[in-house]
Design a protein. Structure first.
Length: 279
């Protein structure tokens, strides 16, 4: 369990708001790892060992594990158990269903005694409304991270539709803000959304934003910071492929560290510029 206060302390201590995505694809990891009993777990462990002092969160994406059936689910459980406790653990599963079903998703990802995983945070889709979100909030201290304005092209299809009460994604934020505060709810906003961050901040001034889309998707960290940074930082910027697959040789963990270090150094400059940490 990681509270907002503890997350902010981590950010200040590590001078980083980096989240590392563990989107581990059996077909992309170095060949020599295939001799290990669980190559995905071995890969994740080495990435975590090489980067944990540079980031404040890890985000395994459930799809990369679910697609491998029983073995994949075991890799996910074992990876969860290996995550450093000082980092925010996010399961990116983008769940959303009627309350009765959301209860089960919540148990699967939040209740360690039920399914072996007790992640701090879960990504959720808001499309089914308030009663699809509240079951997760029943878990004291856990976070939900709601899709607001995503990084992909299709984000314009629905999220930017105009309603009598503003854009659809603005409605999502307003509704979710009525369910819980900035100590329980974060929003996903893609790094590719640039100046739109200024508008997001009008509706979610205090919430942390999970920001995927730097690295492989081409989003700009400087622009995200310019429009999205708050006095408490308020950002978790995720990179998955650009870190994890920086090399596919035996040096993959060092290469991942070099990528993570480069992002952390840029983040430190931004945190210093904003006066959140001292130079
Ligand atoms: O919820 C997410 O994390 C997410 C939302 C979004 O708008 N865009 C997005 O890319 N993601 C996820 O963030 C990660 C991005 O990976 P890279 O593009 O490899 O850094 C993937 O796990 C995506 O599923």
């Amino acid at each position: 369990m990681l509270s907002r206060k503890q997350l902010i302390e981590q950010i200040k201590q590590k001078k980083s708001f980096l989240c590392i995505g563990l989107d581990t694809d059996l077909n992309k990891i170095p060949a020599f790892l295939h001799t290990y009993p669980d190559p995905v777990l071995e890969f994740n462990r080495r990435i975590i060992d090489a980067t944990h002092d540079l980031c404040v969160a890890y985000k395994p994406n459930a799809a990369f594990y679910e697609s491998r059936g029983l073995q994949g689910w075991q890799s996910l459980i074992d990876t969860y158990q290996y995550l450093p406790k000082e980092c925010l653990s996010i399961i990116d599963a983008k769940r959303g269903d009627i309350g009765n079903t959301s209860d089960q998703y919540a148990r699967a990802f939040f209740d360690e005694t039920a399914g072996g995983m007790g992640f701090d945070a879960l990504t959720v889709a808001p499309y089914m409304g308030h009663d699809s979100l509240t079951p997760y909030l029943a878990y004291e201290g856990k976070w939900i991270i709601i899709l607001a304005l995503t990084s992909n092209d299709g984000s314009r299809d629905f999220q930017c539709l105009k309603t009598d009460n503003g854009l659809l994604y603005e409605n999502v934020i307003q509704k979710a803000n009525s369910l819980a505060g900035a100590d329980r709810i974060m929003y996903v906003v893609g790094a590719t959304q640039g100046q739109e961050f200024a508008n997001i901040r009008k509706h979610a001034p205090d919430n942390f934003l999970l920001v995927p889309g730097v690295g492989a998707q081409g989003g700009s960290l400087a622009e995200v910071c310019r429009y999205g940074l708050t006095a408490d930082c308020g950002l978790l910027v995720n990179a998955s492929r650009s870190i994890a697959y920086a090399s596919n040789g035996e040096d993959f963990a060092e290469a991942a560290r070099a990528e993570a270090l480069s992002l952390q150094q840029q983040m430190q400059v931004e945190l210093e510029k904003a006066g959140i940490v001292r130079e």
